[in-house]
Design a protein around this ligand. Structure first.
Ligand code: ATP
Length: 681
């Protein structure tokens, strides 16, 4: 974002509020406006208590039946009310630490209550509901309230209010980047209107139109960049020719397993590229657990043997450390004495400085780390190969950083996102493709089931049995902690509950993305050594984590995740030779969700799942489940908006064919430097 209007230019935003927004990486009004809602809270009409009892979230209109009770325990207290809906339904409502409600909720008064619902025995209980007078709810009914990503000190209402102020003071601050003729032909809503509607939707139709307008623009810019990238790198001369070494074959032959045919073929393609006349830009697309890491290690090994440096860039610190440790383990088992290096953002200054020195002096041959690897301060010594993942794919910007330092390395991108080939061609048009479509031979197919919440007890028993056999389990919840704005299981409460259900000998811990790096690392370390048997986690474990001893993956609120994410999560088990299981808990009772989950139930094949997912969703399903993590754009979703992606691709081709080089230069002028990465969120 190139904006320069400081947040403090807004009325009501002082230094303190601006400092809070900084936690969301928002420093300018432009950045604020481009911070799209994460989702929307749709105020649906109230339903009967009977209907609500079958859901996990809802609004009911009810009459307070009797005097509200307040019970104290220690310094805390709980307020409880009972309501009836006049149709025979009764519901209990509870609030923590809000005793004053007893003055508001008098017997005989009617309100609309809205919140999370749980069944306690046969009684439906709504926890911490919001309370509306009938009139107030009527006003809200049908509306979509934006829900933003938040940080400490910033409430959703603060973001909304600041956003309104921004649009009032600077209505035309952000402008479209689309060339005029493309805009005219391919879009129907003006950019400014779309931007406003995405934050303040007047109704569902406008919201969908706004989403499509902004997603189209995002895709267009992305694909345009890809095209520029392709034309700039495809014919660069290979200045680091890495020829084949017998040691690579020796290492391959002494691994504890035999490489699959797909692994061998991919490695062969990479070796050809490294030794060939041009700089290699290749993507390995392999389903979860197909064994991409060892192929990457072998390529790094061959690079190092030739006297060059190779780096591997992981999306998270936890993953970087995991790769670093497994490479070191491999080398020490095989008696290989090449020096490896770890470089991550959270390392102490002194540690980093020492690592920089070893890298610059060429002492380290293989360097594994996070984004810290392409910081300005890092000077390489004959850098020849960069391995990265698709999320942090190597864009124009990184290439420029490195080429300014005099490097023109080969690039290998690893992807576990099973996307249909047509989409892959658009999204990765700048890369050659190696497909790894084979799992190691010793794998048993994962056994799946889709269940509702009544199955939980059985599932816990099942997990206990697996733990008794020496295995481990993951339980995934969508949220970090309880929230008033969003419904869903959270890792903190869930881990607490699970500890009560499972025997004390089973160690249950939770993990989420907001924890400090060291803490996450320590937990993952303990889990990989089976010191923790059950890990309750958010989707931070989605990508890459490799603990072959884990055999159960239980996913709560499975209906809330995209199929590609679920497939990634499931891929955390079934990585060893023991039978593994995936339990998908559909907490919604929603039939559409059930249908989608059945696809996973039927198949473990990522490519099949991705194409079925596309068919089932259809384009433009705004309130469906966004695919998290990989390929995450700010607003567009490559699955749900697949038609827009296609359209944007056509528009780019048309623009390139019909505009003059000067016009193109002018257009890309607005984009250069921001790179593919800058466009992706
Ligand atoms: N040919 C093979 N035979 C048996 N096991 C293998 C083989 N190749 C790799 N493995 C093992 O399979 C597990 C998964 O491999 P790896 O971590 O490379 O998967 P991946 O393709 O990166 O998957 P993901 O995208 O899910 O992280 C690892 O424990 C690895 O040691």
């Amino acid at each position: 974002m190139s904006g320069q209007t400081p947040l403090t230019a807004l009325k009501g935003v002082g230094e303190k509020r601006a400092a809070n927004f900084l936690k969301l990486s928002i420093t300018t009004v432009e950045e604020l406006m481009a911070c799209y809602p994460r989702t929307y809270d749709h105020f649906l009409p109230p339903v009967s208590i009977e209907e609500a009892s079958a859901c996990t979230f809802g609004a009911v209109c009810g009459t307070v039946m009797k005097q509200v009770a307040v019970r104290s325990f220690g310094t805390k207290n709980m307020t409880a009310a009972e309501i009836g809906d006049g149709q025979g339904g009764k519901m209990r409502l509870t609030w923590f630490n809000m005793p004053y409600l007893r003055n508001t909720l008098k017997p005989g008064m009617r309100f609309v209550f809205r919140g999370r619902i749980r069944l306690q025995g046969k009684t439906a209980v709504m926890e911490q509901p919001q309370i509306f007078t009938l009139g107030a709810y009527e006003e809200k009914q049908g509306t979509f309230q934006p829900v933003y990503s938040l940080a400490a000190g910033i409430k959703n209402s603060t973001v909304s209010r600041t956003m309104a102020q921004a649009f009032e003071q600077f209505p035309d601050l952000l402008l479209t980047m689309l060339p005029q003729e493309i805009q005219k032909k391919y879009t129907s809503m003006p950019y400014g209107q779309a931007l406003y509607q995405i934050h303040f939707p007047s109704d569902e139709r406008e919201l969908i139109a706004a989403h499509r307008r902004l997603a189209f623009e995002e895709f267009f810019r992305f694909i345009y960049q890809i095209r520029l990238l392709r034309s700039s790198v495809s014919q660069e001369e290979n200045q680091c020719r890495i020829s084949r070494r017998a040691e690579t074959e020796d290492l391959m032959n002494s691994l504890p397993f035999r490489l699959t045919g797909a692994q061998k073929r991919t490695l062969e393609e990479i070796r050809e590229g490294l030794a060939g006349p041009y700089v290699m830009s290749r993507m390995i697309q392999g389903d979860v657990g197909s064994g991409k890491t060892i192929v990457a290690f072998l390529a790094l090994y061959e690079t190092a043997l030739a006297g060059y440096q190779g780096v591997m860039m992981a999306p998270t610190e936890v993953l970087a450390r995991q790769h670093y440790q497994s490479l070191n383990r491999l080398f020490s088992e095989q008696g290989i004495s090449l020096q490896t290096e770890l470089l991550t953002g959270s390392m102490k200054k002194k540690e980093k400085r020492e690592a920089y020195e070893r890298i610059a002096a060429g002492i380290s041959s293989i360097i594994i780390g996070t984004h810290a690897l392409i910081q300005e301060a890092v000077q390489y010594f004959r850098l020849a190969l960069v391995i990265t993942d698709e999320q942090h794919r190597f864009g124009v910007k990184q290439r420029r950083v490195l080429s300014e330092k005099g490097y023109l390395p080969h690039v290998l991108v690893m992807s576990a996102t099973p996307i249909p080939r047509t989409l892959a061609m658009i999204l990765y048009g700048d890369l050659e493709l190696s497909v790894m479509d084979e799992l190691p031979a010793d794998r048993l197919p994962i056994k799946n089931c889709v269940v509702n919440i009544r199955y939980r007890e059985k599932a816990y028993q099942f997990i206990q049995n697996e733990v008794e056999k020496g295995h481990q389990a993951y339980v995934v919840c969508p949220m970090v902690e309880a929230s008033e704005l969003m419904d869903g299981e959270n890792v903190v409460d869930y881990a607490r509950q699970l500890r009560q259900v499972l025997p004390a000998s089973v160690r249950v811990e939770y993990l989420h993305g907001k924890m400090k790096e060291e803490q996450k690392d320590a937990l993952m370390q303990a889990f990989s050594q089976n010191e923790i048997q059950v890990l309750v986690s958010t989707t931070v474990i989605e990508v890459g984590i490799d603990v072959p001893n884990a055999t159960v993956m239980m996913i709560e609120n499975a209906e809330r995740f995209g199929l590609a994410s679920l497939h990634q999560l499931r891929g955390r088990v079934g990585r060893g030779n023991a039978q593994s299981y995936c339990i998908l808990v559909n907490c919604s009772g929603n039939e559409e969700a059930q249908k989608r989950l059945e696809i996973l139930n039927q198949s473990n094949d990522g490519f099949f799942i991705a194409s079925e997912d596309l068919k089932l969703r259809g384009p433009g399903e705004l309130f469906g489940v966004r695919q998290s993590g990989l390929l995450s754009f700010r607003i567009g979703d490559v699955y749900q908006d697949a038609d827009l992606l296609q359209l944007a691709s056509e528009a780019v081709e048309e623009y390139l064919a019909t505009s003059s080089p000067e016009e193109q230069g002018e257009f890309s002028g607005g984009l250069t430097g921001e790179s593919v990465l800058g466009i992706m969120s």
